[in-house]
Design a protein around this ligand. Structure first.
Ligand SMILES: [Zn+2]
Ligand SMILES: [Zn+2]
Length: 1021
């Protein structure tokens, strides 16, 4: 096998010293421009095997494009802001978010920057070792002032287009990280919570409590009760009014005792509870252990507008206030979509500030997203409940409700609950002031239409996944309350509350009359303030403290990667991106945000083609994780089989969109294939020493015979298919086709021409070597984008051997005119040479050969023992034609003197004799005649001599003197043939010891029960 470590190091150095990447770009300066947009990896640590896969696919694409003459924009990029980095730095400092002000914001963001840059440098080196050629020197970085200005431009455009707004929104919130969480940052896990059944007293139209009538609601989040503003029922569901006996005696089980508030011992009172009909039995009898009687039945719609008394009406001032101001507050509202009878009571408590569904129904009924939790999840402004914490103090909320007599029962419930992806804390809901891109009201339909025009590979990634994502698209919150991020470019007057959205440094300087800081991050940017110019206003403009979510950074890259808006020329030449390539998690991530950002800025899509890949799992298809201990690192993979075999495997491993179950055995198979590929190069060089330098391009007279016609047809049809598949972004099929071609060259063509190459006429020999060379050279070119190191190494070997200029002349040989293989164009298919019919016929012939060889093996007849006849029995006319066309080839490969074919009538049987193949049966005449036996001994001896030559380290061109000894051999061996094939100048064959002259090297052996020996000596020329 080849030494991949040595090759990779040497080639990397060669590329660097000779500036090959720069030369490859320069070559295409005037080529057609193609904008490839690199989705920026996040700089939190070293690359993992999934990132390696992603960049390998990108590099493969870029190399293919460069070889086809395109002038590709290949600027690498980095995502360097945000929470994960903030957290890593805080972890290192052993600080929490609220300590940052004391620690010093400037010191803190400098550390964040250093962390991001250090990782960027490590990752760059790792990608380079994989052979990834991108513009690393000039990589775009989300922390640069140009990048930040580009994002400000997007925000400003969104503002001018009226797609930017500030609003209150209920958000998933991590109380431990003190930040809002996007959907993709939630992890669901099953937990056990205390759920409560609460009864809410009904009121009449005059605001008087109706005696003993209640709504029954059920909730798994007791802490949301202070924020309850309504009760939702499904208008279509049947509800009942159930009469229940309550009181001291009725309090069935002690733990779940129903608190009816009955004043007298042993007295029996009756209450009327409203509950979904379908659940009445399960809840009243099953949970409360009480008897009931239905006194009324109606649809949910009839309950709309009924008012109830909130248990905390007297305790939290807000409730008294909203009850006065808002007719819908503390009343029954309708929701067909979020209320069912799957669990609970069929009446759902609604806290619009505590969840997206509640928000939506509340919003419809003009109820505000009321929620007073602070960023640590503690209630503020909530009367006597101020200071209690969401979730953590659930028991205290339950106790308070119990004291009010509102709790009917508590039960444990197991359910999936959202947790923070980072710190694993249970998530709560908060209502905060955030900024949004408005995509719901106007852009959504346009985005759906634009998406349908984008080419997606796989197709379903666009037509199904992206389409359904866009159908459910919601306004994107774009702000975060942290320090390390692009500052939201919004300044607001402290007095009149007017605000300015700033789109550039120039604009900021004009507004403020001050020089903008070089570094646009916090805290520097926050020093820019100016006094309000509004008549009579004495306020000051200061920046709102928010920063932008990192997804806005990444989403803006279609602009910032082209240095827009600082430069207009590149934008004009390249935008929108021709190609983007990322993993399947980016449907809701980067693909989405990239589209959103360009839609809010220009109302145009920012990319034309997408290649989506899956995830990398372990060999068993399990997700790689620390806990399973099945993580495969890129280092491990590279040190085992090298960058080329890894790339080969990763590119070919799985169709677009699907996961790759990383299996070392598969990588090893590719490694072995590459070994076979390398051996062909040595084969060519060895024979060239005997036959002369090959031409690397066959002429018409080289390709007169069927084997040459066949392999050249395969070569050209492969080139053609590879180009078509690549153009359709079916990347995985490309390396496989190239592999099939060079394995066919090695296993079929080289096998079947071995004898011609060593014993044929001069013209035959040249024809074979030229054919091998042409197929190999073009395979090498095609392999270069897949395995750039090995391809370069082999190219350099061949160049040393065959590319040297004639003495004193300039280099003329165009096959090796470039100093690197990566400067050559991709091979062109010669369609005239493609003969699909012949390719099919060779496929049939190969099946016949395989069947015949296996029959030989069963008869214990080594391949060197010739057989007189092979007969093919078939009912298939195509098989008949293939045998007639390829009888010589079959004969040579199976070593039979005559190949016959018999076409059988479709009704007749082919019998049981011989060996079956797909198109019929193969029969061998295995009887040995004297002549065949003699030929067999001759071949066997030739093989032994060749092996001994090899053992002695002789090259093909070295001449020998040879002696053979064995009883009866003198009469039967073909001395002329032996002499020619083993390059023997003198040959002595003796029947007994007395005449045998031993030479330097000797070997004794038995062939078909005859003992014999050979000995040879290298002759000096
Ligand atoms: Zn968290
Ligand atoms: Zn003002």
């Amino acid at each position: 096998m080849y030494n991949h470590k040595e090759i990779e190091q040497r080639i990397l150095k060669f590329w660097q010293e000779e500036k090959i990447y720069e030369a490859a770009k320069k070559k295409n300066e005037n080529g057609k421009k193609v904008y490839f947009l690199d989705g920026p990896p996040y700089t939190t640590g070293e690359i993992h095997v999934g990132t390696a896969w992603n960049k390998t696919l990108k590099d493969f694409y870029l190399r293919m494009m460069r070889m086809q003459g395109y002038n590709v924009w290949d600027r690498a990029g980095w995502d360097m802001h945000g929470l994960p980095i903030t957290h890593k730095v805080l972890e290192k400092l052993k600080l929490e978010k609220q300590d940052i002000e004391n620690f010093g914001v400037e010191k803190f963001i400098k550390l964040c920057e250093k962390f991001a840059v250090d990782n960027m440098n490590i990752m760059t080196e790792q990608f380079k070792k994989l052979g990834v050629w991108m513009d690393w020197e000039n990589a775009y970085r989300s922390i640069s002032p140009e990048f930040i200005e580009g994002v400000w431009w997007v925000i400003k455009r969104a503002h001018e287009n009226k797609f930017l707004y500030q609003g209150k929104k209920t958000m998933h919130w991590c109380p431990s990280c003190a930040t809002s969480l996007a959907k993709h940052e939630l992890e669901y896990e099953e937990v056990e919570d205390e759920s409560i059944f609460v009864k809410l007293p009904l009121e009449d139209k005059n605001g008087k409590q109706i005696k003993d009538e209640f709504l029954l609601v059920w909730t798994t989040t007791p802490w949301t009760m202070p924020f309850n503003l309504a009760v939702m029922v499904n208008p279509e569901i049947d509800y009942v009014k159930a009469e229940v006996e309550v009181g001291a005696q009725g309090a069935g089980n002690a733990r779940n005792a129903a608190h009816s508030g009955a004043p007298e011992r042993n007295s029996v009172r009756k209450e009327k509870w409203i509950i979904a009909k379908a659940l009445a039995g399960a809840v009243i009898q099953g949970v409360f252990e009480k008897k009931f009687r239905v006194v009324d039945e109606f649809k949910g719609k009839k309950l709309e507008g009924l008012h109830y008394v909130h248990p905390f009406l007297q305790d939290i001032p807000f409730h008294a206030k909203i009850k006065k101001e808002n007719k819908k507050a503390h009343s029954v509202i309708l929701s067909a979509e979020y209320v069912d009878v799957g669990s609970g009571t069929g009446l759902v408590h609604c806290a619009p500030g505590c969840g997206p569904e509640d928000y939506e129904v509340g919003h419809r009924n003009k109820l505000p997203p009321y929620n007073t939790l602070d960023e640590r999840g503690t209630l503020e402004d909530a009367g006597k409940y101020s200071g209690l914490r969401a979730r953590k103090d659930d028991t205290k909320f339950i106790q308070a409700l119990r004291e009010k007599g509102a709790i009917l029962a508590t039960t444990k419930v197991q359910h999936d609950y959202a947790h923070c992806w980072r710190c694993k804390s249970a998530v709560i809901f908060r209502t905060t002031d955030q900024w949004f891109f408005d995509v719901e009201s106007k852009l959504k339909e346009k985005m759906l239409a634009e998406n349908a025009k984008i080419k997606w590979q796989p197709e379903w990634a666009g037509s199904k996944w992206m389409h359904s994502w866009l159908e459910n698209l919601r306004d994107n919150g774009i702000t975060r309350q942290i320090y390390w991020g692009i500052p939201l470019p919004v300044w607001q007057c402290s007095s009149c509350k007017k605000f300015e959205v700033v789109g550039s440094v120039y604009e900021l300087e004009k507004l403020s009359g001050k020089k903008a800081p070089k570094d646009l991050h916090r805290p520097y940017i926050d020093a820019i303030k100016w006094s309000c110019k509004q008549k009579g206003c004495k306020g000051n403009f200061g920046r709102l403290s928010d920063v932008l979510d990192v997804w806005v950074d990444a989403g803006s890259t279609s602009f910032t990667c082209l240095d827009y808006p600082q430069r207009a020329d590149l934008f004009k030449e390249y935008w929108p991106a021709d190609m983007i390539m990322e993993g399947k998690d980016q449907i809701r991530g980067w693909f989405n945000l990239l589209l959103v950002a360009s839609m809010v800025a220009l109302e145009k899509p920012s990319f034309k083609q997408v290649y989506m890949h899956g995830f990398i799992n372990d060999a068993l298809g399990r997700k790689m994780s620390k806990s399973l201990g099945n993580i495969i690192s890129p280092e491990e993979v590279l040190s085992k089989y090298g960058a080329d075999a890894t790339r080969f495997y990763m590119i070919s491993g799985t169709p677009p969109g699907l996961d790759l179950n990383y299996d070392h055995r598969e990588a090893e198979i590719k490694y072995r294939s590459l070994g076979v590929f390398g051996n062909i190069s040595r084969y060519i060089q060895d024979y060239a020493k005997v036959i002369g330098k090959p031409s690397f391009k066959t002429s018409a007279k080289d390709a007169e015979e069927v084997e040459e016609k066949y392999i050249l047809s395969r070569l050209n049809s492969t080139i053609k298919e590879v180009k078509e598949l690549f153009a359709d972004l079916q990347f995985n099929k490309v390396p496989t086709l190239i592999e099939e071609l060079f394995l066919e060259l090695s296993r079929f063509y080289i096998q079947s021409t071995r004898e011609k190459l060593s014993a044929g006429t001069k013209q035959e020999k040249e024809a074979v070597l030229n054919t091998i060379s042409e197929v190999y050279y073009k395979s090498l070119l095609m392999l270069a984008p897949v395995c750039p190191f090995l391809a370069e190494d082999i190219y350099q070997q061949l160049r040393d051997a065959f590319g040297a200029p004639e003495q004193g002349s300039v280099r003329k040989d165009k096959w090796f005119s470039e100093k690197s293989i990566h400067l050559h164009p991709f091979p062109q298919a010669d369609e005239k040479v493609i003969n699909k019919k012949l390719e099919t016929q060779v496929d049939i012939a190969k099946q016949i050969i395989e069947a015949a060889l296996s029959q030989r093996e069963e008869a214990k007849l080594g391949i060197r023992w010739p057989i007189s006849e092979l007969q093919v029995l078939t009912k298939d006319k195509d098989v008949e034609a293939a045998v007639k066309e390829l009888d010589d080839t079959i004969g040579r490969q199976v070593n039979v003197k005559e190949v016959k074919v018999k076409l059988l009538a479709s009704s007749s049987s082919a019998g049981e004799e011989g060996k079956e193949f797909k198109g019929g049966r193969v029969l061998l005449d295995t009887e040995l005649t004297k002549e065949l036996e003699a030929e067999g001994f001759t071949r066997e001896l030739i093989r032994r001599v060749q092996a001994l030559r090899k053992k002695a380290g002789l090259e093909k061109k070295d001449k020998i003197s040879l002696a053979i000894c064995g009883k009866g051999l003198g009469k039967i061996l073909d001395a002329g043939k032996i002499r020619e094939l083993v390059n023997a100048t003198s040959l002595e064959i003796s029947d007994d010891e007395s005449k045998y002259r031993k030479q330097e090297l000797e070997e004794k052996f038995m062939v078909r029960e005859k003992s014999m020996k050979i000995s040879l000596k290298k002759l000096q020329k």
